[in-house]
Design a protein around this ligand. Structure first.
Ligand code: UFG
Length: 342
């Protein structure tokens, strides 16, 4: 059985679908702080299988302990559960340190207690900060984090690395995600930001649907070809599939070291204006936008060197930006028409 913490969230839910496609048993643990329980029904609709589910806050040690006592057959863990809004983390640093670090430590403590040796951790390209050289590879320098959220990812990686040094039996993979976008082709699951979206793609799809009046492009004076900031947008289904490869790698002892780190991106950077244009091609809609100043804390450009993940994991992102925007758009429509008011 694979324990997926944060399994009702955006990347978590897509990964649960892929785990089921692989014939694996799945237990989801999620506190539903940023997701809804009916995601489980929709996972069942897609796969014909229903994950086991525990509504639980893993940052509370006594709850985490009970979960692991109740399910003695956990073979590996994918640890997504975390708070992830960069801006909110600046306002509420303690919440972020408590949620993200305590939940990881409670999971690790229980892994030790119950001799569970395999964990995949959700990390982020945020650990690279504003890179000196592009693309960034796994050995690129870790820069000072520009938000408490980013700092929790850096500290989490350090915790995992320290544990790997003293626990040769522990097998750990940190996956550094670039910018996940898109949705499952069934349109039954996707990204569901609560309130006004912080991220570019849900803001675009909501503007396309008429929920937001216009997109604000945060800065057109960056040192990039069209002046807008550049990111590496990776499809959430491609991203989820990398987790399946990582889980197999751990369960089959194919890992070369007991702590490994992989970049999960496409290897291509796209500017905000390029995303707006790709959305026009995907949806037929021209998004209204205005240009404002830069958003505080934003970096200028980052994209991944994916050669290590491509070679070692035998994994590659396959979905184009336009295809991802199409599935994101289909999901926005499906959600508004079928789910929003239920
Ligand atoms: N952007 C806009 N307008 C918007 C929203 C975003 O112009 O309304 C721009 C941003 O300025 C940025 C790009 O679109 O240039 C992407 O912004 P997102 O907020 O979608 O993504 P970020 O790159 O800022 O953040 C993402 C994840 C974080 C992670 C970070 C690492 O959401 O969790 O990547 O760089 F920490």
């Amino acid at each position: 059985m694979i324990l997926v913490t944060g399994g009702t969230g955006f990347i978590g839910s897509h990964t649960v679908v892929e785990l089921f496609e692989e014939g694996m048993d799945v237990l989801i643990a999620d506190n539903l702080s940023n997701s809804y329980a009916d995601v489980i029904d929709r996972i069942e609709k897609i796969t014909g299988k229903r994950p086991m589910f525990e509504e639980i806050d893993l940052a509370k040690s006594e709850k985490a302990d009970l979960l692991f006592e109740k399910y003695p057959n956990i073979k590996a863990i994918i640890h997504f559960a975390a708070s992830k809004a960069v801006g909110e983390s600046v306002e509420k640093p303690l919440l972020y340190y408590m949620n993200n670090l305590n939940s990881l430590m409670n999971v690790l403590e229980n892994m030790k207690r119950h001799s569970i040796n395999n964990i995949v951790f959700s990390s982020s390209c945020t650990v690279y900060g504003e890179p000196d050289e592009l693309p960034v590879h796994e050995q690129s320098p870790i820069k000072i984090a520009n938000s408490p959220y980013g700092n929790t990812k850096q500290i989490s990686e350090e915790i995992l690395k320290d544990i790997s040094k003293i626990s040769p039996d522990m097998n750990i993979i940190s996956l550094r995600y670039f910018n996940p976008i898109g949705a499952h082709q069934s349109s039954l699951i996707g990204e569901l930001p609560i309130g006004i979206p912080n991220n570019l793609v849900p803001y675009i799809t909501q503007t396309g649907y008429g929920i937001r009046e216009e997109l604000t492009v945060f800065g057109d004076d960056y040192n990039t070809p069209d002046g807008s900031a550049v990111r590496d947008y990776i499809d959430v289904v491609d991203l989820s599939r990398a987790h399946i490869v990582a889980i197999h790698r751990l369960l089959n002892n194919e890992n070369k070291k007991n702590y490994e780190v992989f970049n999960l991106g496409t290897g291509t950077g796209s500017s905000v204006f390029e995303v707006i244009n790709a959305f026009k091609k995907a949806s037929g809609l021209k998004i209204k936008y205005k240009i404002s100043g830069r958003r505080e804390g934003d970096i200028e450009k980052v994209w991944a060197d994916t050669s290590f993940a491509n070679k070692e994991l035998g994994w590659k992102a396959e979905t184009s930006l336009e295809q991802s925007l199409k599935t994101a758009w289909d999901w926005e429509n499906y959600y508004r028409k079928n789910l929003e008011n239920k």
